[in-house]
Structure formats: C-alpha cells, structure tokens
Design a protein around this ligand. Structure first.
Ligand code: ZN
Length: 179
C-alpha cells in the first residue's frame, strides 16, 4: 500500500522515533509497514524513507535506488536496505557537501555536508543484528534517514541556507545542480 508522506510542519517529523523490540520487528504490523515503506519509496522515486515520514514514530529506515531514478540520475545504484534501530557508531572525519532533497520537503534542494564514510549497528527485518557500512551517496542517504529518526531534516544540517533552491530552478540556472 502506498502511504501518505508527512510534510514539514507535521509534528511527527520533529519527534524522536521509538526503538522496536524483536517482537515488534517480527510482528505482522511492522512487516507490513516495511513493505509499504518500500512501495512508497519506489512510487515516489525517493532514495530513502524513514518511518516518521509516513506518520509512524518508530526507528525504521529503508533505502534503495533502482535504475533510472529520475531524482538521482547521476548517483550509483543503492541496493534495498532496511535498517531497524540503526545506530551510526563510526564516522569518517572527512565530510563532503552535496545536494539533498526530501520527500517531506518537496521541491527544495540544498547543499548538505555529510561524513564520507559511516558504519554502525542495526537490526534487519528478521530481527537479526547486522553491521552496516556505507560510503559516498549511500552514506549520505543513511545519514539523512537516521537524522529523521532524531527529528531532524536536511535543512537543519545545512551550513549555509543560500544554496536552498527549487529543483526546477536549479536545473535551469545551475550547471552543477541536480536535475
Ligand atoms: Zn528526508
């Protein structure tokens, strides 16, 4: 089922999401929620989605980009990742700045600094403990989604709001901007 995405201003986006117990992870409700989040992510051409974005204040994120994602045409493909109770435990000192957008902040893009590499711990949808690590675009997507679980959006991470722009205008006026 495709879910409604909360937009900035909805209080759920500013709440701290709750961790899930193993029983909760394995429950039919959570399994269905994860399926619906993946379906919603694909329908909306996102790269990642966090449960608070679909009005559910729980620590679940999904990420994936498939061939020909029109929102991220130049980025490497990201295989489907489902992380529950994710904790980023290691961050590279080095950061990179790049464009981000968000299904909860429609149309807008901004330059956001993120750690180039991260690793951490989470549970998968079968309730198994997993280690994850990511670099580049994948690391950016995971940091963006984990931020949602803490009630943060990419605007909160921008160093300078002057890069904030509508994607259509960026495509028109900037060589470097996203399409
Ligand atoms: Zn987002």
């Amino acid at each position: 089922m495709i879910l409604q995405v909360a937009r900035l201003g909805h209080p759920v986006l500013r709440e701290k999401a709750k961790p899930l117990s193993i029983e909760e992870i394995l429950s039919p409700e959570t399994q269905r929620l994860i399926d619906d989040m993946v379906e919603t992510l694909r329908e909306r051409d996102g790269a990642g989605l966090a449960a608070p974005q679909v009005h559910c204040s729980k620590k679940i994120i999904v990420a994936e980009t498939r061939e020909k994602n029109p929102r991220y045409p130049d980025e490497p493909l990201l295989k489907l990742t489902v992380l529950i109770n994710p904790e980023i435990t290691k961050r590279s000192r080095e950061k990179a700045e790049d464009w981000e957008g968000c299904l909860s902040v429609p149309e807008l893009r901004g330059l956001v600094p993120r750690h180039r590499e991260i690793s951490g711990l989470a549970f998968d949808r079968e309730g198994r403990k997993v280690e994850f690590s990511a670099a580049g675009f994948a690391a950016r997507v995971i940091q963006h989604e984990v931020d949602h679980l803490a009630g943060l959006v990419f605007l909160d991470r921008m160093r300078n709001m002057r890069s904030l722009a509508y994607s259509g205008e960026l495509a028109k006026f900037s060589e470097q901007g996203p399409r």
